[in-house]
Design a protein around this ligand. Structure first.
Ligand SMILES: [Zn+2]
Length: 515
């Protein structure tokens, strides 16, 4: 009897142990009708740390103030000397050493590999089967590395999510640099497992800032830079490369009192100092990131290769940089094929925001970080704050895709009917109003166009304060613009509008007198 009992118990224990395994292995289909959403994060979506797991562990990206101060502390002696002598070279020595101290260990080697002790140990792994419109899976990655390596990881991630949830397709929502990962993914893996693609402010055709900086087209206006740092940067969220860099630099300079000194030195010397930081610290570090090379638009690429000295002498890094060019060149076609084969495809981008002022392309209309023409994959855009040429508008055979404020013509986009433009939308700034539009795109089974939803036409005015997105009806008023966004450029545009108004009034008065 005892023997039978023990066998029975053993069987029960075995069954008990096996039951959860059986349940876990059960990949039965889910009939909820909503394919899980994977959010492909922006640059800086994962922590990059040095010496993970040791007492010296230090975050090297979006670094904390203490680390910043400790790096600048090492240079205090040199800085003090520079302040006393007002010597630009001494100042440059200190700043180059500082940038190298802060960011130097992020640099990749010629094969595009990180230092072994600089890693991303906290990357997300899908672990729950919960999936609905308010719950997505967050895909993060080390932005420095080869976008095709991220594409491989994304495919694994998709497989894991599908297994967990019992769905055979996923929906991809890509934010900013997430579009680079998407481009590599579509090029390598296609879209068989994708139900929906949403791109939010993605540099699908690059961003002019990266192109110009990698070509050394560096136009410095110290005052504009300071105003930009004060006005625009604090409102920007997420981790953009240039923005985070400017943040770190300007904030450190402010903390250390260097900024006032720089302004005191005058523009020419400032330019000399920044030229040295650029050549001796920024290029060797950021020029080694295949991920940042993916931001260089096609028209800058050849020049950037020469300027940055990127050629076959590099090992795998050069191959990685070259391989991504194919993904970027094919993005129009890849998105069009996906959409034509039934993948719901939505491109969203911002416009009418002042972009980074330190490059010659500072007048490109943008979301502050990514130029609208690149995020929209081909829109024809007027310079920031201006309308398209009357001649150009007159030449359009169809004005269905022309913005009511005459700033954008979307007919030249890869997917004119599936591309939305949000005026005054700062790079990737989320709001409930924008979230509501995403919800429709994710939950509606068929592809929607810019003509399908009267409340969401192609051109929308974003208002973070309300928050709301409402149809754009006409040109923005320069006075309102300045009130809403008190930037230097808006101030200049307002003064110019004011002078125009006075001139028109004077003309009116004189013509009355004359008549
Ligand atoms: Zn489901």
């Amino acid at each position: 009897m005892k023997k039978y009992l023990s066998i029975l118990l053993s069987v029960l224990i075995l069954v008990g142990v096996m039951a959860p395994c059986a349940a876990a292995a059960d990949t039965s289909e889910c009939d909820c009708g909503f394919n899980p959403v994977i959010y492909v994060g922006p640059l800086g979506c994962s922590d990059i740390v040095r010496d993970a797991g040791t007492e010296n562990e230090q975050k090297l990206w979006q670094i904390d103030t203490n680390y910043l101060l400790s790096c600048i502390g090492d240079q205090l002696g040199t800085l003090a000397k520079a302040a006393v002598t007002m010597n630009a070279d001494t100042l440059a020595d200190a700043l180059v050493a500082f940038v190298d101290d802060c960011f130097g260990d992020l640099a990749l080697n010629g094969d595009g590999q990180s230092l072994p002790n600089v890693t991303t140990p906290y990357l997300n792994v899908p672990s729950t089967d919960e999936h609905h419109a308010d719950c997505d899976y967050y895909f993060d990655y080390d932005f420095r590395l080869d976008p095709f390596a991220h594409a491989d990881r994304l495919q694994e991630f998709i497989d894991q999510v599908e297994e967990l949830t019992g769905h055979s397709k996923v929906q991809l929502k890509c934010s900013s640099m997430g579009g680079v990962v998407l481009s590599a993914y579509l090029e390598k893996y296609g879209y068989d497992e994708i139900e929906t693609i949403i791109t939010q402010c993605c540099p699908l055709k690059g961003t002019a800032v990266a192109g110009e900086l990698f070509c050394g087209k560096f136009e410095l206006n110290a005052t504009a830079l300071r105003r930009y740092a004060q006005d625009a940067l604090p409102y920007m969220e997420g981790g953009d490369f240039v923005q985070a860099l400017l943040y770190s630099l300007t904030d450190t300079l402010r903390v250390a009192g260097v900024w006032d000194m720089l302004i005191g030195l005058g523009d020419i010397i400032v330019a000399q100092v920044l030229d040295r930081i650029y050549a001796e610290a920024l290029i060797p570090i950021f020029g080694s990131f295949a991920g940042i090379w993916a931001f260089v638009p096609e028209e800058y690429y050849e020049e950037a290769l020469v300027f940055m000295g990127m050629d076959e002498n590099y090992g795998d890094l050069y191959n990685q940089v070259e391989a991504y060019r194919v993904a970027m060149a094919n993005i129009e076609e890849n998105l069009q094929s996906a959409r034509n084969d039934g993948v719901k495809t939505y491109i969203l981008c911002g416009y009418n925001v002042q972009r980074t002022p330190l490059v010659t392309a500072w007048k490109n209309t943008s979301d502050g970080t990514v130029d609208t023409m690149y995020a929209s994959v081909g829109a024809t855009c007027a310079p920031y704050g201006e309308e398209l040429d009357a001649e150009y508008i007159a030449s359009l055979s169809d004005t269905a895709f022309l913005s009511p404020d005459k700033m954008i013509d979307a007919s030249t986009c890869a997917l004119p009917e599936n591309t939305w433009f949000l005026r005054d939308w700062l790079h990737c700034n989320g709001s409930d109003a924008i979230g509501a539009l995403y919800r429709i795109m994710l939950t509606t089974d068929e592809q929607l166009t810019v003509f399908d939803m009267p409340e969401y036409p192609q051109f929308l005015q974003n208002d973070d304060a309300t928050p709301s997105i409402t149809p754009v009806t006409g040109a923005p008023n320069a006075f309102e613009n300045f009130k809403n966004k008190p930037t230097f450029l808006n101030f200049a545009l307002m003064i110019s509008a004011f002078i125009d108004m006075i001139a028109a009034k004077m003309k009116e008065i004189f013509s009355c007198i004359g008549g």
